[in-house]
Design a protein around this ligand. Structure first.
Ligand code: NAP
Length: 321
């Protein structure tokens, strides 16, 4: 008899879905915690595996899945899961880190460039027919090349952003985190500093840490107060790593030059968010990995993880619980 797998929230690529459908009895729930909740919870009763992304599947949901062996998240981050609970239940969790690294780093560097050169603000001016004279000082941006980039969380994505910055734009790299990264010190001259010192030295700060109890509101009023007046702040990690209220207050008070965000406390970002009233804020709709190529690779990687666990093999990307 075929094992039962539920696809949740994010439909996978057609090719990967066809592969999964051949192997398993497959059901798809695009809104598992909303419109499809009742049917999803009922289907959990005999589910062997879950694959998807974007829904917070906690104990209140997973308690209905007594047979569950694996959750394969189609994402690098796994902050939607209570890892202690999964460990206690013996449920394997897998993710897709390498599949998103380069694409998310592209997004991070794009945000950095967009914010430094005021790309959204100035492109809107052209589109609205307001480009009436040669652009003057009031609309100038700041250079990116040759500046100092501080990476908070020099992991896979942080290092990929740093390579773009160092080899492409001649930037020097500072980092903060738990441990020395001698491989990156050698590769692109990264220099480790305590986070407070990094915030005070960098021209650009890019946050690349996973969201956890430790990193929740890692950057708040005190930290924004340490930034240089000319600094630009980028968050491509997760929204709750930043205290958004403090960010709005700091930008309004002109404590630093601007911010570029791909992630928010609440997603989708409500249209009346005070962030959107700030001209020096570039907001993207959580598109770190949103390319055809990355999403296809993520779907394939996640499916391979799921298949490995259900076959009794070790998956390529287990999350250490
Ligand atoms: P990773 O390889 O695990 O790297 C994370 C790094 O963060 C590690 O080097 C770790 O340092 C560091 N870190 C952890 N806690 C820290 C803290 N309190 N202070 C400073 N550094 C800390 O993960 P990754 O693949 O680069 O992904 C990072 C995160 O990006 C994911 O968890 C996800 O939330 C987010 N992400 C966002 C998007 C998007 O669409 N915007 C896409 C993909 C991923 P140590 O090694 O020293 O512990």
């Amino acid at each position: 008899m075929k094992k039962k797998v539920l696809v949740f929230s994010r439909a996978s690529s057609a090719e990967v879905m066809a592969d999964l459908r051949e192997r398993y009895e497959l059901s798809v729930f695009l809104d598992p915690l909303g419109a499809d909740r009742e049917a999803f919870v009922a289907a959990l009763a005999d589910a062997d595996g879950l694959i998807g992304a974007g829904s917070k599947l906690d104990e209140s949901v997973l308690q209905h899945a007594p047979k569950l062996q694996v959750i394969s998240t189609i994402s690098a981050g796994y902050d939607n899961y209570d890892v202690a609970y999964l460990k206690q239940r013996g449920i394997r969790l897998t993710n897709t880190p390498d599949a998103v690294t380069e694409t998310t780093a592209d997004t991070g560097f794009m945000l950095l460039m967009m914010t430094a050169r005021r790309a959204v603000e100035l492109a809107t001016l052209v589109r609205e027919g307001e480009w009436k004279a040669s652009i003057g000082e009031a609309h100038f941006g700041v250079d990116v090349h040759g500046k100092r980039l501080g990476i908070i969380g020099l992991g896979r994505i942080g290092a990929a952003v740093a390579r773009r910055a160092h080899f492409g734009f001649g930037m020097s790299i500072l980092y903060s985190g738990h441990s020395d990264k001698p491989q990156y010190e050698e590769e692109f001259g990264a220099r480790r500093l305590p986070m407070d010192a990094l915030l005070g030295e960098a021209d650009f700060v890019c946050v690349c840490v996973p969201l956890s109890a430790e990193t929740h509101h890692l950057i708040g009023e005190r930290e924004f107060g340490l930034l240089r007046k000319e600094a630009i702040f980028i968050n491509i990690a997760r929204g709750p790593v930043v205290d958004e209220t403090a960010l709005v207050a700091a930008l309004k008070a002109g404590k630093f030059r601007g911010a570029g965000l791909d992630v928010f406390q609440k997603e989708p970002l409500p249209g009346d968010s005070p962030l959107l009233a700030l001209p020096n804020l570039v907001a993207l709709p959580h598109i770190g990995s949103a390319t055809h190529e990355a999403r296809e690779l993520m779907a394939r990687t996640a499916a391979d993880n799921l298949i490995a666990v259900l076959d009794g093999r070790e998956p390529a990307y287990p999350v250490e619980l």
